[in-house]
Structures are given as C-alpha cells and as structure tokens.
Design a binder for this molecule. Structure first.
Ligand code: ADP
Ligand code: ZN
Length: 677
C-alpha cells in the first residue's frame, strides 16, 4: 500500500554527462548522516557504476522501485552546504534546473575525478617568476578613505556593498590590492572578478607583485586540465585568492573575506547561453551576504542600477574624483562630421583627429582609435541589382573580411568566398559599404606610411597568445597606433597614449535596446580614459553626425552624474530597471508558423497571470534579430516589481504552457536581461 509504510531514505542524485540528469536511489546500507546534499556517491546506471552528487534527500513515495546507492565518497569530497545554497539560489532566481547550475559550477568530469583522484599529478605549468614592484605607491587621500571605509566592514566580518566610483586612471586597483592584503592577513579568502581577464594581464601582474606571490587566474587561456587543477585547489581550500572572469563567481571558495567586481558595468558579466543566465555581479552580492563580507563594485562608469543603489543608500558610495597620477582628465573635442564632409568629402579620420595623431607621432607618443565594427565592410552590395549579401541562416547582412577574402556571418560563423557571385543575378562586381576596422587599417597605412599600426579585435586575436603579443608590442612602442573594437576600451594603462579617436561616436545609439545609450556612454568614457593617463595633455576626438546630442555633451564634460540624471528619468518614465524588474521570454524554432502560434498561446497565459503578479506583459513580437541559425525568434518582455512574484509567474506560466508546447519550439528565460536584441 503506497504511502502507508514509512518510506525508506532516498537520495536524488545528479549524474553528469552531455545533459545532466538527476535520478532517485535508495540509501540501502548508508546512514542518513553520511548521505546529505552535496555528498558524492557512486550509483548504478544501466550496467555501469557512475559517480554522482546528492542534491536532495528524503523519504518520497515514488511509486516505483529504486536501486541502492553503491558507495559514498569520503567527507573531503563533499560539496559544502554554503556552496550548494549558492547554486540553489542561482537555480531558483535564474529559473534554471539545479543540474544545469551544477554543471556550470563544476568542471567537466568533476564527479569522476573527485571520486578517483589521479595518481599522477597533472603537470603543473611553469611557475612564473614575479616581477618585483617598481616602487610602493602611497595611497592618495581618496584611495585611503575608500580603503579605510571598506576595511571596517572587512574587519568586523559584516556584509556591505560598496560602489567605488573612480574616474579612469584614479587608481581603483590600488584600493583592491590593499583590501586583498588585509583580508588575507585575517586568514580570509578573496575573490576578484575582472570582465575580460585575457585583456588585462596587467592587473593580475599588479596583484602578484603587490602580494609578492603567484595569484591563480581563471581565464579562457587555461587548458581543460589546468582549469580542473585550479578548481580542485580551490575546492580543497588550497587557494586563498582567485582572480577570474564571470565564471569565477561560481567557484567553491569558502570563508570569503572580500569580493571585488572590477568594471562592474561590463556586460560580459552576464552569462547568455547556455543557462543559467546569471549576472556575476548579482551572484557576487548574494555571496557577500552569505559570507558576511564586503563586496566592492568598481567602475568609472557605473551601471544605472548600481549608481541608483548607491544614491538611494543601498550601496555605500565611495568616489575617487582625481587621477592617481595627478594628470588631468583628457580634453574632449566633438568633431562635426557633416562639416568635415563638406570640406573634404568622406574620410575616416577628420582633419583635427588626423592632425592630432600626426603630432603625437612626431612627439614619439601613441594613439588609440576606436571603431566598434569588425571586418572590412559591414555590407556588400551587388553592383548590378543592388541586392545585399545576406546570411542564408540568419536575418543579418554578411560582413566582408578582406584579410581572409570571405563574407562572414557574425552570428553563426557561416562564411563564403568574397568573390562568389550575387545569389539573385549572378553578377560578380560588388560594392563595399559601411566600414569596419580592416578598412580603416588600410587607410591608416596610406596616411601614416611606415608607422606601425596594430589592429585589436576578435579576428586578430583568434590564436592563443596573439592578444598579449599585440598589447606588449604596443606597450613597448613597436607599434604606434592601436586600432580596434571595444577591446581597446578596456582598462589598459599605456603611458604614451595621448590621443584617442572615437571614429563613430553615434554607433549604437539607434539600437532597439533600452540600454543602448548607457552602453554608448560607457564605451566612449572608457576609451577616452585611455588618453593622457601619465603625462596629462591627453586629447580625445568624438566624430559624430549629432554634435548636439545630450549624451555626447555629457561625455565632453566627463559628466557621469549629468548623464545619469537624464537616463534615470527615462528609465523611470518607461518602467525599466532599476525601477522595475525584467524577465525576457524567448521562443525559438526552425518552424516559423509553429513558434508564432506557440508564442501567442504563451503570451495569453502570461496575460492571464500577470495581474496577480502585478506585472505587465509586452509583446509578443519578433526579436530585433528575427532569425539566427535558422531559428525564428520571438520575444515577450515582462515587467514586474517583486522578484518572488516574477518567479511565481514564470513557474506557473511554464507549467500551464507545457502540455501545448510543440516539440519544435524552445523556450528560453532570461532574468534581468542585459540585452533585449
Ligand atoms: P583605474 O583602474 O582606476 O583606471 P589604475 O588602477 O589603472 O586606474 O591606476 C592608474 C595609474 O595610476 C596606474 O599607472 C597606477 O600605477 C597609478 N597609481 C595608482 N595609485 C597611485 C598612487 N597612489 N600614486 C601614484 N600613482 C598611482
Ligand atoms: Zn548566420
């Protein structure tokens, strides 16, 4: 009789693999105290014995027979309750099944190697020798105040969220260094997140020379065995400081005394695919509360969310208003390209920018030029019939890459020869319109003959080590002009760069995304901040067809507060974050009709439930990118006020929709989406 007898102890065990799954097993001989969430076990699966992790225990009446657990691993291989709590929170908040969250948090084959530790240690990479410090810098007054304020939270072991708003070059890193040293001295652990770690080897170097020892870094350059070894070290409590990109936010670090999120506004902190679609900054804030430690969010251009939280007292605001080297911020000039065009016809570099670059070169200095478009031309058009070359799999134009003589899709990597004829009329002659960095590179060789130009974009650094080489050569002065996409706008500290040119300051304004303006302002401010960091007299040129735009006027005056005031009003008016919370539902299918119909059904369900969740439903509508990889994309955006209600709404809607969900249709949920495209 089901349910009548006391059910025996069972455990829900997660088994890894391509698609992780969880199954129930009975405890058999194993006692309850040995079998807790987080315990590693070996269980029978088909005819094999496989390792797994207990995610839940209980006495459920399943109505079917379960197999017994074979054995449990020693205590040392148990995942901690604290870490599991974190993963559970991610699972709940980001609407993702726990097995998928665990998969994101564990390296490949983790259950197997935790059970069967390798006999031979994997070869360790050669220990890098640590460069001694040049000189020890005394903190400026602003840096000292920040260090002291955050130290109070650190020393008392209480959580606090701090927004370190420091202008570009204000020396935010030195604040992190002092705090990290303090936390380590107290026997606590430190987690430092950097947006794109491969781009900032400098920062890791600074930590190493300040602490006088090697600091492990999680970055994309690590091989799988290196990544696994590092993870094991962290898991075993052998690493007391970890520097890493987004995924380091999930590392099983216990006893945290400090978390730093540098460049907290950076959109690379948000995971897109696969789920869980977490935001490393928000995960860090949860961890800070959990561990009772300060979380320091640093930026010269804080996100609207964080700055609002700081102004309303949720975060403590700490400001560094001057550059640490006491150089002034660069002088920004807006160049009206309409006027330039009338004078000289179309040129990539306006006359003032070209002159300034030439003068910098003459003085032995360097320049950075920024254009956020890869390739040679962004559109290739048939000369005979005017047809644009489109990706056959995505609703986007192909990009002409002259260096590889290909037309490429930036969404699905489809590529064909640049010489292939027009699909409509067979014509071979093509016209290139819309410039990318490759075209500008060609132009620079023409106007600055003999000058070393380095191009930094995803294409030029596709091979390992290329990025470091490009940055090192530029730092050493072997190349004099660094031209690139947003990669050049990251935290680089090149003392000889005194001129920065933003070739198209209007790019990104028109995007159908409520964050487009914020992102444009951040990029412009960040790239401008590369100029004149050490000698002063930096100059920045913003080339634009909208010289009067409020956004550029704020950038001209380095006026983040002014930009914030304008932007926050628009957010309030339209009910966007930080005022309301967003949940983006996306449906994808190769079958357009099915996905359109399914989305209508789903939106109907959402509309029925929305009043109870005090939420508003926008859509359905085609996504701005209507088709990617042959999948048609539809969006519904939900705005709500309370996280729990949005969660309830999502759970309930998915449950009600499930019976009518066609097989061909995928449903994707994105909590606090960063991009709505
Ligand atoms: P941010 O990250 O805020 O843009 P950095 O941390 O890169 O700034 O520091 C900018 C420059 O200022 C670096 O070259 C750094 O060595 C220098 N610097 C930082 N703090 C000081 C200080 N207290 N005194 C002198 N120079 C400093
Ligand atoms: Zn494509």
């Amino acid at each position: 009789m089901a349910g009548a007898a006391q059910q025996e102890l069972k455990a829900l065990v997660l088994i890894g693999g391509g698609m992780p799954k969880a199954y129930w097993y009975r405890a058999g001989e194993i006692t309850a105290s040995d079998l807790r969430p987080g315990t590693l076990v070996e269980v029978p699966l088909q005819k094999r014995k496989v390792p797994g992790i207990v995610v839940e225990t209980g006495h459920p009446d399943l109505g079917f027979d379960t197999k017994p657990i074979h054995r449990v691993a020693p205590d040392s291989a148990r995942l901690s309750a604290e870490w599991l709590e974190l993963l559970r929170w991610i699972s709940q908040y980001y609407l993702t099944p726990l097995p998928l969250v665990l998969q994101a948090g564990l390296p490949k084959a983790a259950t197997r190697f935790l059970f069967h530790p390798p006999k031979r240690a994997t070869k360790q990479p050669m220990e890098k020798s640590i460069m001694p410090v040049g000189k020890n810098l005394d903190p400026t007054a602003g840096q000292s105040i920040a260090i002291e304020t955050i130290s109070k939270s650190l020393e008392s072991g209480s959580h606090g969220a701090f927004l370190l708003h420091g202008i570009t070059g204000s020396g935010k890193t030195l604040v992190y260094l002092h705090l990290a040293k303090k936390a380590l001295a107290l026997g606590k652990r430190v987690l430092v997140l950097l947006p794109e770690i491969a781009l900032t080897p400098q920062t890791i170097g600074r930590f190493e020379s300040f602490l006088g020892r090697k600091v492990p870094a999680f970055h994309s350059g690590l091989s799988e065995p290196e990544r696994r070894d590092l993870w094991k070290k962290i898991f075993a409590g052998e690493a007391d400081i970890v520097v890493g990109a987004r995924s380091a936010a999930l590392a099983p670090l216990e006893n945290l005394g400090l978390i730093v999120v540098d460049e907290e506004h950076d959109s690379s902190y948000k995971q897109n695919d696969p789920a869980p679609r977490y935001h490393a900054r928000d995960v860090s804030l949860f961890r800070g509360k959990q561990a009772g430690c300060p979380v320091v969010l640093g930026s010269a251009t804080p996100s609207l969310e964080s700055y609002h939280a700081a102004l309303t007292g949720k975060f403590t605001l700490l400001e560094l208003k001057e550059r640490a080297t006491s150089s002034p911020l660069p002088e920004v000039e807006i160049v009206d390209m309409k006027a330039q065009q009338e004078m000289q016809g179309y040129q990539h570099l306006s006359i003032p920018l070209r002159d300034a670059v030439q003068q910098a070169l003459d003085r032995g200095e360097q320049a950075i030029l920024f254009l956020n478009r890869r390739g040679y031309s962004t559109r290739r058009v048939c000369r005979a019939c005017g047809e644009t070359r489109m990706c056959p799999h995505c609703a986007v134009a192909l990009v002409h890459h002259r260096s590889t003589r290909t037309l490429r899709c930036h969404y699905c990597d489809f590529s064909i020869s640049a010489d292939s004829p027009c699909v409509k009329c067979g014509e071979h002659e093509m016209l290139d319109t819309g410039r990318g960095v490759e075209k500008v590179e060609e132009h620079l060789h023409k106007i600055f003959p003999g000058v070393g130009v380095a191009r930094l974009d995803r294409d030029s650094v596709s091979r390992a080590g290329e990025m470091e080489r490009i940055l090192e050569e530029f730092k050493a002065g072997e190349t004099r002009i660094l031209l690139g996409t947003q990669m050049v706008a990251k935290g680089h500290d090149f003392p000889k760069v005194n001129v920065v040119g933003v070739l198209d300051a209007d790019a990104g304004f028109g995007l159908a995304d409520f964050r487009a303006g914020e992102r444009a302002f951040q990029l412009i401010t960040q790239v401008a901040g590369r100029a004149g960091r050490h000698k002063g007299s930096g100059r920045v040129f913003l080339q634009t067809y909208n010289p009067d735009s409020a956004l550029l006027q704020h950038a001209l005056k380095h006026d983040h507060a002014g930009f914030f005031r304008d932007e926050i009003e628009r957010r309030r008016e339209h009910g966007y974050p930080p005022f309301r919370r967003l949940l983006l539902f996306e449906m994808l299918s190769r079958k357009e009709e099915e996905v359109v119909k399914a989305m209508e059904v789903f939106a109907l369900i959402l509309n029925e439930l929305a009043p109870q969740a005090h939420a508003d439903v926008l859509g359905p509508a085609y996504a701005a990118l209507k088709k990617i990889r042959n999948e048609h994309r539809l969006h519904v955006l939900v705005k709500g006020d309370y996280p729990n209600q949005l969660q309830w709404l999502a759970d309930e809607a998915v449950k009600r929709f499930a019976p009518s969900q066609p097989k061909s249709v995928k449903l994707r949920m994105d909590r606090d989406p960063v991009s709505l495209l």
